[in-house]
Design a binder for this molecule. Structure first.
Ligand code: PHE
Length: 442
């Protein structure tokens, strides 16, 4: 959990590289950058230094944890991916799932994990403070789930999926937000995993002494590249078909990542354009060697969950994933990971809600009442009713009567409703519960 314990202001001079004598003092002083003395996240403590560049706009996102929020489309897509991978990728013997699912890994990672272990060049753009959120000179917020590759390999995992929120100082538009979510997939193979049990005298080699080319790494045989690429691409194409159905249009594009070669991106056609959904490739052998798995070869992919969920559910804007508006959340609340659903745009006008509570007449079952209540509310409220929730449903022992309470959320697509307008509708609904169904308003 995040807690910025105490904040101290950096001396402004440290941030002003050059000041001219003629500079008139600004009428309003510029806001001072604040740097906490201690920064705590996910149970770990760090000491910020002058590299600290996290803004409140980012720190306030830490506690939300969308991937664990029931009814968030990101959680649904996470579940759908795990179900597909577990069902279709089995360890030898076909019983246990092959991929270990890793979640809740600390979101602050060392620069070594985020960059160096992944062979990111010292002058790579992703290291710029304008691209990455730094806690201090040694630690940053993970900018991708690849930041966990090295340590998981080192711990001995051969196949894993890492889900998590990642942070980038990025452009702002309808597909970019400072925090988004990824799943990393890695699988490494022994020679036998790749080519089966070898026939003596007719072995297929994983490694040779060949040079690096535009198409492969030094030391990988053509067979290794062919089989790994095939397995990687078919794993991802199968996953995308499981998510989007067999009619989805996909295309592979060549790409560059410091930690894979060759590298690819998969694009999916959505809403009239090609949307980049994932990056992947054959893992750099140097990374595997450094992590103590140099005798194996493997592939890795990183997939953007928001992008996939936007395509799958027709969600037009990335900010909606963070919405607390029940008009958004209620649409996904009852869905199963396998359900197909298209998002219905919610109104920009504010919601108003009111409760109606009553005792049921004798002889009416709670289920029947519920069905009748939905009809009645819909009939009277029409399109102005956005949601109805049965908030309370219990047997009142003293009164020997069953009681229910409905919360009705009113909202118009056309205008902001006034309290008076809603009162009138709500009053009519309450009256009809009495007149048509014999309820006793509480
Ligand atoms: N980490 C890359 C990104 O965030 C994606 C990626 C993962 C690419 C694994 C290759 C292999 O863009």
């Amino acid at each position: 959990m995040l807690s910025c314990l105490r904040y101290r202001a950096l001396s402004p001079a440290r941030h002003i590289l050059c000041r001219f004598a003629s500079d008139a003092p600004a009428s309003k002083p510029a806001p001072r950058p604040f740097i906490p003395t201690v920064f705590e996240l996910d149970g770990h403590r760090y000491t910020p230094d002058s590299n600290f560049n996290l803004s409140p706009a980012v720190t306030r996102l830490f506690n939300r944890k969308l991937l664990t929020e029931q009814g968030n489309p990101l959680k649904l897509i996470r579940d759908r991916i795990v179900e597909h991978m577990h069902a279709n990728h089995r360890a030898r013997g076909n019983r246990s799932p092959r991929f270990t699912v890793c979640e809740n890994l600390p979101r602050v990672v060392s620069l070594f994990d985020n960059f160096d272990s992944l062979l990111t060049p010292a002058d790579h753009v992703s290291r710029r403070p304008s691209d990455t959120y730094y806690v201090n000179k040694d630690y940053c917020l993970r900018a991708h789930t690849s930041a966990h590759q090295y340590s998981l390999l080192k711990q001995g995992f051969d196949a894993f999926l890492v889900f998590g929120d990642v942070y980038r100082r990025d452009e702002i538009d309808r597909t970019h937000f400072p925090c988004f979510h990824q799943v990393e997939g890695v699988q490494i193979y022994s020679s036998e995993d790749l080519f089966g049990v070898q026939q003596p005298g007719a072995e297929i080699s994983v490694f040779d002494t060949s040079d690096r080319t535009a198409l492969k790494q030094a030391g990988h045989t053509q067979d290794t590249v062919t089989v790994l690429t095939l397995r990687l691409k078919s794993t991802l194409e199968d996953l995308c078909r499981a998510l989007f159905g067999s009619n989805i249009e996909m295309r592979w594009v060549d790409a560059y990542f410091p930690f894979t070669h060759p590298s690819f991106e998969l694009e999916v056609f959505y809403d009239g354009q090609w949307l980049e959904c994932l990056g992947c490739g054959i893992m750099e052998q140097e990374l595997l060697r450094n992590a103590g798995a140099g005798d194996k070869v493997g592939w890795a992919f990183g997939l953007g969950l928001e992008r996939l969920a936007m395509v799958l559910y027709g969600i037009p804007d990335i900010r909606l994933f963070w919405s607390k508006d029940s008009g958004f959340l209620s649409q996904f609340k009852g869905l199963q990971p396998g359900d197909d659903y298209k998002y219905k745009p919610i109104s920009a006008h504010p919601q108003l809600y009111m409760d109606v509570s009553f005792f049921l007449p004798e002889g009416t079952t709670p289920d029947n009442m519920r069905a009748n209540a939905m009809d009645l509310i819909r009939t009277v409220g029409g399109d102005l009713v956005e949601q109805v929730d049965l908030k309370d449903d219990f047997f009142h022992k003293k009164k020997n009567r069953h009681s229910q309470c409905y919360r009705i959320v009113y909202r118009s697509n056309e205008k902001a409703l006034t309290k008076e307008e809603v009162n009138a509708i709500h009053g009519e609904i309450a009256d009809l519960f009495v007149a048509n169904h014999g309820c006793v308003i509480r």
